[in-house]
Design a protein around this ligand. Sequence first.
Ligand code: G1P
Ligand code: ZN
Length: 544
Amino acid sequence: MTAPRLVPTEPFAGQRPGTSGLRKKVAVFRQPHYLENFVQSIYDVLEGYAGQTLVVGGDGRFFNREAIQVILRMAAANGFGRVLVGCRGILSTPAASAVIRKHRAFGGIILSASHNPGGPDEDFGIKYNIGAGGPAPEKVTDAIFARSQTISQYRIIDAADIDLDRPGRQSLGGMTVEVIDPVADYAELMQRLFDFPAIRGLFASGFRMCFDAMHAVTGPYAHTILEGLLGAPAGTVINGIPLPDFGGGHPDPNLVHAHDLVAALAAPDGPDFGAASDGDGDRNMILGRNFYVTPSDSLAVLTANAGLAPGYAGGLAGVARSMPTSQAADRVAAALGLACYETPTGWKFFGNLMDAGLVTLCGEESFGTGSDHVREKDGLWAVLLWLNILASRRQSVEDILRQHWRTYGRNYYSRHDYEGVDSAAADALMDHLRQNLASLPSKCLGGFTVDLADDFSYTDPVDGSVSAGQGIRIIFSDGSRIVYRLSGTGTVGATLRVYIERFEPDPARHDEDTQRILAPLIDLAEEIAGIRRRTGRDHPTVIT
Ligand code: G1P
Ligand code: ZN
């Protein structure tokens, strides 16, 4: 057996992982010892893993394979008993969560920078997930950071590379490496949740779908599940081969970046249903023929119809949405007598609720939807639940949405992002809002009466922890809302996000243009915050 070697090293500044891990340019990760320092910091803060199983895989982006070889050699040197690694280095984020849970692994290391572009000059990322399958909680990521700032050596063995293209067992030092099919465990889980025969019947009836994998990780999953197990015609999956640079694209499923898909669905004889997922497979976008489903509406429709899928036929424990996500799901929850939780932005807040059995479904306006089957958001899962609903109801996506709005009312919704704003100006804008909150309630502004104005604070019902300062909410008496918050994931300057929502119960007004119907509230958002004056911006950078 190869003896572990101790390599002297020095800390690197700024190796602070967020909840989505450590994300940096590839060039940063390629500095000597940089990746090794961070990996050793993870292993150093974990306790009791000797002889245990670790899961490793990534979204296939540039540097994925090299990083995996280092992680494996260091896992062997640090005493793990076994590593399950996805064949070709591939594991989507939700699939990694499923594999960790199924094989009762100690934890997992996922290599991804989600929807950020990949390539030698682009982003790479690494994160640690715990045995429950979800991202490490803050106390663990804080400890990893603290360790990375004092580290003086790391452990590694000298050994030849593992053949990541050869499924089966190989030995590395005293450790077993098992190269696994990245899709099998995930596909098995999906077959337990959804009515595959019914969906197969839908495809057999001539129903057509287009799934855009954006040259990212979901290609192999979609090929196996949609075209293989469900019998969708070949060609249903587009951009299905994972590429290290995602084909030069930006693997973010929205109307701008998933242009191939949007074009396909707009064609005169286009498919009935369209969907896309992001770099690491946790986000999703849902389209009908010439029809866009907002992520907020998608969560509401899935909540209302989940019972049509075998995995959810027993009913839902509850539903959760992030605060800026529209209140459409709340209306469904109220009608069905379900508990509904409003959490701060970020997936980690859902994990506690799911572990405690308080919610089954959860979602964010930023194209993230999921359930308690894993502890990550799950793009393909959302697509399969939609397919199950379509197979059962045999209506178009548009008809399902129109009927939904007739039943529950329509929450018109849009997010306006101001990217790369001067940080001091953005902070001043938020401070100004905070200082004026108390004067707003019961004021009538532009025809809207303010019911409540606050800086959102969340008390976790499971552990009692309080997260304050999560965004400014201005809620009007008719159910409309304006929300302001600063992004926690932007890289250049500050990103101001303004979320605008208007509730419309009248079916005669369910066919309006979203930006037009929201215009009075958009004007009001400007009037209240002084965005133009404070940021020097006339328009949002991105409107979704
Ligand atoms: C964004 C999204 C948020 C999501 C996060 C990680 O964060 O808005 O819903 O959880 O990315 O994918 P933000 O930049 O708004 O802080
Ligand atoms: Zn992602």
